[in-house]
Design a protein around this ligand. Structure first.
Ligand code: PXP
Length: 238
């Protein structure tokens, strides 16, 4: 199973001060040096974290694989076609949401998605669809020639009882199996962390997990000690 890291939150922190730090491009490089096999970023319509220039720079600097998450709007599609990421992942987008809330309704948006998938395929760019672990959505993804699906693991991650966690995990597993039986690549993500990842690793049909919040949060916790010591050395002359 491959690990791809979503670096959006580095940009969120940068944008809080409107400056250049922390730099998501440098963050992506550190992730790759640490063994990440892909870098994921989401260019949202409201540009709340990743900005256009980040995506262009990432295209030039990412050495592993660049996965651009995006809504299938004309504006973002045009940017993606210029940037040429290795993979585009279509997600539903609502302006008010804190993060992507649910999977795509592939059936409802079939015609539009089919058209944009064709456009990306003409440029040799692979396409993934972020879907809930629901058979009908996976079947629809296959029908419109997606290359990958990304299974939304949010409900699994949010499960509060062991029983519900088991039920949600079984849904993810079933979805992964079905997608694999169709010849689709299988990614998974949303809400995965250092604890709930463990049973997911056992699902052999999942090729890649995409993780952002948990890793960037942990980086702050494990990195804070060193950051304070370094500043202490400067300020206190230690
Ligand atoms: N996959 C998709 C499609 C997402 O929208 C997100 C959140 O940006 C993630 C994975 C990563 O989720 P998290 O930040 O909870 O790890």
């Amino acid at each position: 199973m491959r690990l791809a890291i979503n670096i959006d939150h580095i940009a969120t922190l940068r944008n809080a001060r409107g400056g250049k730090e922390p730099d998501p491009i440098e963050g992506a490089k550190i992730c790759e040096e640490a063994g990440a096999e892909g870098i994921v970023c989401h260019l949202r319509e409201d540009r709340r974290h990743i900005k256009d220039e980040d995506v262009y720079l990432l295209r030039r600097t990412v050495r592993t694989k660049l996965d651009l998450e995006m809504a299938a709007t004309d504006e973002i599609v045009a940017i993606a076609l210029e940037v040429k990421p290795d993979l585009v992942t279509f997600v539903p987008e609502r302006r008010q949401e804190l993060t992507t809330e649910g999977g795509l309704d592939v059936q409802a948006g079939k015609q539009r998605l089919q058209d944009v998938i064709k456009t990306f395929h003409q440029q040799n760019i692979a396409v993934s669809l972020f879907v809930d672990p629901v058979s009908a959505q996976i079947e629809a993804s296959k029908e419109i020639a997606a290359d990958f699906i990304e299974i939304h693991t949010g409900e699994y991650a949010d499960a509060t009882t062991e029983r519900d966690q088991r039920t949600q995990l079984a849904r993810v597993q079933k979805a992964a199996r079905l997608a694999k039986s169709f010849g689709l690549g299988v990614n998974a993500g949303h809400g995965l962390n250092y604890l709930n990842i463990v049973p997911v690793i056992a699902i052999q049909e999942i090729d890649e997990v995409s993780i952002g919040h948990a890793v960037i949060s942990r980086a702050l916790v494990v990195g804070l000690d060193r950051a304070v010591r370094e500043m202490g050395e400067l300020v206190q002359g230690r």
